[in-house]
Design a binder for this molecule. Structure first.
Ligand SMILES: [Zn+2]
Length: 511
C-alpha cells in the first residue's frame, strides 16, 4: 500500500539544478507573482508568444530548470468572491496530470502563495489534489504493478508540511481503496483484513467481530440487514473496532460510527431501473473513518482518544432477506419497524452508535459522529457537498460550524443542516406497534427532509435521544452524510475522494 510521499524542499537551488526532481510544476493565480526571477521570466516570455500560457495548463521546455520542464498550472478566477481553495486543487490536478503524461516520475511542486485568508491552505490542498489525481484503483494496481509512476512529490515549502500531508495522504489512500474497490475483492471479510494489514504494528488497537451469533445478539439491526447474506459465507458481515489513544493527559474523546455497506442491492425493496450500479461505494463512511484512524496512527496527536466502529455488511436479497413491516429491537432496546429495506445504512449506524454511546458515558469530553453515504436526498439537496446534521448538544457546542470552518479551508466544504421537530414526526410508527419507523417507503431523493430526518431516527434507535441538552449527561452527536462527496467524476465509477478525512484530522488536532 504505497502512497504518495511529499518531500519538503527548502533549498531553492532544487528549482534550478533539479536535485533529482524531473519537472517543476508551478501552481499560481498570477505569473507576475512567481517569486523566482528565472521561472517568472520563462513563464512571461512564453505567455508573450502564446496567450494560452497562464490561462490553461502549459508545458514549457525550460533548460536550466528541474528536468528542463516547466509546467504552468494557472489558478483561474481567484478574484471571484464565490470561489474557494478548491480552485488551487483543480489547477494542481491539471498540472500533475500533465507531468505524469509527459513521463515525469519525481515532480517538484511550487505553489505561489496568496494573501487571501480563504486560500491559506492552498499549498496543502494543491499537494493533496495531486495525490488524489494520481490514485489508481486497487484492482488495477494489483493487476498492473507499474500503473502508478509517481510516488514522490517535492513540495517547495519553508515549513515542514510534507510530513503532515504524507500522513493525511496515507489515510486518504486507505479510505479510497476501501471505498472504491469492487464488492468481492472488498467484501466485509476482505475489508476487515485490509484494515488489519493497514494497522499492523501501528498505534491503533483493532478488533474484528466475526462471530455471527455474537453479531446477531449485539448488533440486531445490523444483523437484520445482513440476514440474507448469511447463506453465503464469503459475504458474511463484520464489525471492526478501532481505537487510538494519544500520549499525555486525555482532554477530548471522539467516537465515530462508519457505514460500510459493501454492496447495496436495496434488499427486498430492490433498486430498479439501473439504480444499483455504483452501490459498491456504499462503504465510503467506514472507509473514511478507517482512513482517519490511519492518519492519526502516523501523526500521533497527544491528548486525544479516538474510538471507531465500522459496520461492514452486504444488503443482499434472498429468501431470508429482512422485509418491510418487520419489527426488530435495536441494541439500545428500541423497537424499530422497517419502513424500507433500502434505508439500511441508518440501521447499521444505530447499533454502532448505541455501543459508542455506552463507552461515551464514561469518556472525557466525548463527541460522537456517524459518517455515511446515507441518502440520495443530500445529493439532490446540496449537489456534491457533505452535510452535517447535529443533535441539540452538538448544535449548542458549535461543533458543526467548527468542523465546517476546517472543511472549508481543506477543500472539503460542508453544509450545516438543522434537525427539526418535524423530523421526529416522520419516524413515528403509525400502527403504534413499534417505537420508531426506520423510514418512509419512498426514495429519500423525493422525500422532503430526506437527509435530515434520518438523524432523528439515529438518535431514537441508538438511545442518544436520552442525552439531550437537559439530560443528566448531554452527549454531542453529529451525523455526517457524504453521499454527495464520497466519489468525484463518474457517478458510479468515479474516483473515491476520501472526504472528509482531511477536515476531521485537522478538526481533531486543532480543536
Ligand atoms: Zn440503501
Amino acid at each position: 500500500m504505497k502512497s504518495v510521499n511529499f518531500v519538503n524542499v527548502k533549498d531553492e537551488n532544487a528549482i534550478f539544478d533539479g536535485q533529482g526532481w524531473d519537472a517543476l510544476i508551478v501552481v499560481t493565480h498570477s505569473l507576475k507573482e512567481i517569486a523566482f526571477d528565472e521561472v517568472r521570466l520563462f513563464a512571461e516570455h512564453a505567455a508573450s508568444v502564446d496567450k494560452r500560457v497562464g490561462k490553461t495548463t502549459s508545458l514549457l521546455l525550460a533548460p536550466g530548470l528541474a528536468g528542463g520542464k516547466l509546467i504552468i498550472a494557472p489558478v483561474l478566477a481567484a478574484e471571484d468572491d464565490y470561489q474557494d481553495v478548491r480552485i488551487y486543487g483543480e489547477a494542481a490536478k491539471a498540472g500533475i496530470n500533465m507531468a505524469n503524461a509527459s513521463g515525469s516520475t519525481r515532480p517538484l511542486l511550487l505553489v505561489v502563495d496568496s494573501s487571501e485568508a480563504r486560500f491559506s491552505f492552498a499549498k496543502d490542498v494543491s499537494a493533496l489534489a495531486c495525490a488524489q489525481a494520481l490514485w489508481q484503483p486497487l484492482e488495477k494496481r494489483e493487476a498492473e504493478t507499474d500503473c502508478v509512476p509517481i510516488h514522490e512529490i517535492g513540495l517547495f515549502t519553508l515549513n515542514d508540511l510534507g510530513k503532515k500531508l504524507s500522513a493525511i495522504e496515507v489515510g486518504k489512500q486507505l479510505a479510497r481503496d476501501l471505498c472504491g474497490t469492487e464488492p468481492e475483492r472488498m467484501s466485509a471479510i476482505h475489508f476487515s483484513e485490509y484494515c488489519q494489514l493497514a494497522f499492523e504494528g501501528s498505534e491503533i488497537d483493532i478488533e474484528v467481530i466475526d462471530n455471527i451469533d455474537l453479531l446477531t445478539q449485539d448488533y440486531p439491526l445490523l444483523s437484520g440487514v445482513a440476514r440474507s447474506s448469511i447463506a453465503v459465507p464469503r459475504h458474511h458481515p463484520r464489525v471492526v473496532k478501532l481505537a487510538y489513544c494519544g500520549e499525555g493527559e486525555i482532554t477530548r474523546t471522539f467516537f465515530f460510527a462508519g457505514k460500510g455497506v459493501i454492496y447495496d442491492t436495496g434488499g427486498a425493496d430492490i433498486k430498479v431501473a439501473g439504480g444499483m450500479a455504483g452501490m459498491s461505494r456504499d462503504k465510503g463512511g467506514a472507509a473514511a473513518v478507517a482512513g482517519l484512524m490511519k492518519t492519526l496512527s502516523v501523526l500521533k496527536p497527544k491528548g486525544v482518544r479516538v474510538v471507531a466502529q465500522l459496520g461492514l455488511v452486504r444488503n443482499s436479497i434472498g429468501s431470508d432477506a429482512f422485509v418491510t413491516d418487520e419489527i426488530i429491537t435495536s441494541h439500545a432496546n428500541c423497537r424499530v419497524r422497517i419502513g424500507n429495506t433500502d434505508a439500511e445504512g441508518r440501521l447499521v449506524l444505530a447499533d454502532l452508535l448505541s455501543h459508542l454511546r455506552i463507552e461515551a458515558q464514561c469518556a472525557i469530553a466525548p463527541e460522537l459522529y456517524s459518517v455515511a453515504t446515507l441518502t440520495g436526498h443530500v445529493v439532490r439537496c446540496y449537489g456534491g457537498y457533505t452535510a452535517i446534521v447535529e443533535n441539540s448538544v452538538a448544535k449548542k457546542e458549535g461543533i458543526g460550524l467548527n468542523l465546517q470552518k476546517h472543511a472549508q479551508q481543506w477543500a472539503e466544504p460542508i453544509e450545516c443542516s438543522s434537525l427539526r421537530r418535524e423530523d421526529f414526526q416522520k419516524i413515528v410508527d403509525p400502527s403504534g406497534a413499534a417505537q420508531v419507523l426506520s423510514s418512509n417507503n419512498g426514495p429519500s431523493a423525493t422525500t422532503a427532509r430526506g437527509h435530515q430526518y434520518p438523524a432523528a431516527f439515529l438518535l431514537k434507535a441508538s438511545g442518544l435521544f436520552e442525552h439531550g441538552v437537559n439530560s443528566e449527561l448531554p452527549l454531542p452527536f453529529s451525523h455526517i452524510d457524504i453521499a454527495g462527496s464520497a466519489v468525484e467524476g463518474h457517478p458510479h465509477y468515479g474516483s473515491p475522494t476520501a472526504c472528509p478525512v482531511a477536515s476531521l484530522v485537522n478538526y481533531i488536532i486543532e480543536g
